[in-house]
Design a binder for this molecule. Structure first.
Ligand SMILES: [Ca+2]
Ligand SMILES: [Ca+2]
Ligand SMILES: [Ca+2]
Ligand SMILES: [Ca+2]
Length: 405
């Protein structure tokens, strides 16, 4: 296995350290944040910005030790970038993209040893509803990586990697629009065209499985000890035997079209709540679970409506206080500048999660940068081995590594 960080391990990243601040901004305004404010809010945790690549090549990104030298490299689009100097190496022959008019062929990326030969391979998903491939790391042989098809169609705009069948190996999860199903792809270990086995999660004709469905998450939403799959329209309940498919679907209302969603007991009342952020419009919310008697009822609470296009969200403990935090920002030119706020400042920020004396959540905004933003995913990985999570993202401005000081 490579240094893969999938959602569960991100959620479990906990280091005890205590810190306290208060929410100082109004979540009802939408005024631009000044650079002065941005600097002032970098007080608790600071990052060094490394520009890995300064052109649009991908909106997905992954990390892994590609050349087995013990250093974590970065993969985005047609390249892997060799640590520590981020020397580019081609995976396939790159082509140029224009961020003002179009998209790349690389929307979501992952790195894992697919064929079990000890070399970290690459998974690349394209435009929503288009094909998804894995690329075999050639090792010392070098040259472009051999491409294998996983499926002709990967739907939902936030395909994810998660251990759905609980066998210790990461699976791919996304929708299949023709049948309206949420599906998983499990690694067979065989490599080649047979490297992935498709296993449905849900029955046919259910939401969240369309090409442009927005919002997908994985976690134990009903708190029975088994991680479930959820979308903004409901959730699939993991059975004790994960191979008993389809998993039962429970309708629930989890808000507006979103990007990656996460579940956590934010108000510490014993039930699982959900956090989501708008992928193309304004807003971030935590959804308080208020009733578990039916298929779960949630009440949304606004975290902020100040930023739009939060199409990549990570959930990890940034400041090592034992509480997971949100990391997101603007997906720069998500729809070529046409979304609400599409041409506003491409901020990257984290929202520090804390609780007041009554266990009500509060969220403190920390601006990290004002000239990058996010793409479709954020990697939170300790890139340099100092124990602190760093941030890696790729979007229509370039590829960035934010090293936590
Ligand atoms: Ca391999
Ligand atoms: Ca469960
Ligand atoms: Ca709760
Ligand atoms: Ca924290």
């Amino acid at each position: 296995m490579t240094k893969l960080k999938h959602p569960i391990s991100a959620i479990l990243f906990v280091v005890p350290f205590f810190f306290f601040t208060v929410v100082i901004w109004s979540c009802t305004t939408r005024s631009p944040v000044s650079e002065t404010e941005a600097v002032q809010q970098q007080d608790t945790v600071a990052f060094i910005k490394h520009t890995v690549h300064s052109a649009f090549i991908s909106e997905g990104v992954a990390v892994g030790d590609i050349n087995s030298d013990g250093k974590t490299d970065i993969l985005a689009g047609a390249y892997w970038f060799e640590a520590p100097d981020w020397t580019p190496h081609e995976i396939w022959a790159p082509v140029a993209y224009d961020y003002t008019t179009g998209y790349s062929r690389s929307f979501l990326n992952w790195a894992v040893d697919v064929n079990g030969d000890g070399h970290t391979d690459y998974i690349n998903g394209g435009f929503p509803g288009q094909d998804i491939h894995w690329y075999e790391n050639p090792g010392d042989t070098g040259g472009h990586w051999k491409e294998y098809l996983i499926d002709t169609m990967a739907c939902n705009e936030s395909p994810m990697m998660a251990d759905v069948n609980n066998d210790g190996m990461p699976d791919l999860v996304f929708g299949f629009e023709p049948t309206g199903q949420m599906v998983s792809y499990q690694m067979t270990g065989k490599g080649g065209e047979d490297a992935w086995k498709r296993v449905p999660i849900g029955a046919e004709g259910l939401p969240g499985s369309g090409k442009f469905s927005h919002g997908l998450g994985f976690g134990d939403i009903n708190k029975d000890g088994r991680n479930d799959v959820f979308v903004r329209e409901g959730w699939w309940e993991a059975p004790e035997n994960r191979d008993e498919v389809p998993w039962p679907f429970h309708p629930a209302s989890l808000g507006e079209p979103a990007s990656q969603m996460y579940t956590y007991d934010f108000d510490q009342d014993g039930d699982m709540d959900v956090v989501s952020a708008s992928a193309h419009n304004y807003g971030m919310w935590w959804h308080e679970q208020t009733d578990a008697t039916d298929s779960l009822v949630f009440e949304p609470h606004l975290i902020t409506d100040q930023y739009s296009q939060n199409h990549g969200v990570a959930f990890t403990d940034i400041n090592a206080d034992g509480l997971p935090d949100l990391v997101t920002g603007k997906r720069f030119y998500a729809h070529n500048g046409k979304d609400p706020g599409g041409k506003e400042t491409p901020y990257l920020f984290w929202f520090e999660y804390q609780r007041d004396e009554n266990n009500r959540p509060n969220w403190t905004k920390h601006i990290i940068d004002n000239n990058s933003g996010v793409g479709l995913q954020i990697v939170t990985e300790d890139m340099n081995g100092d124990g602190k999570p760093d941030l890696v993202m790729a979007n229509k401005k370039g590829v960035y590594y934010f090293e936590q000081k």
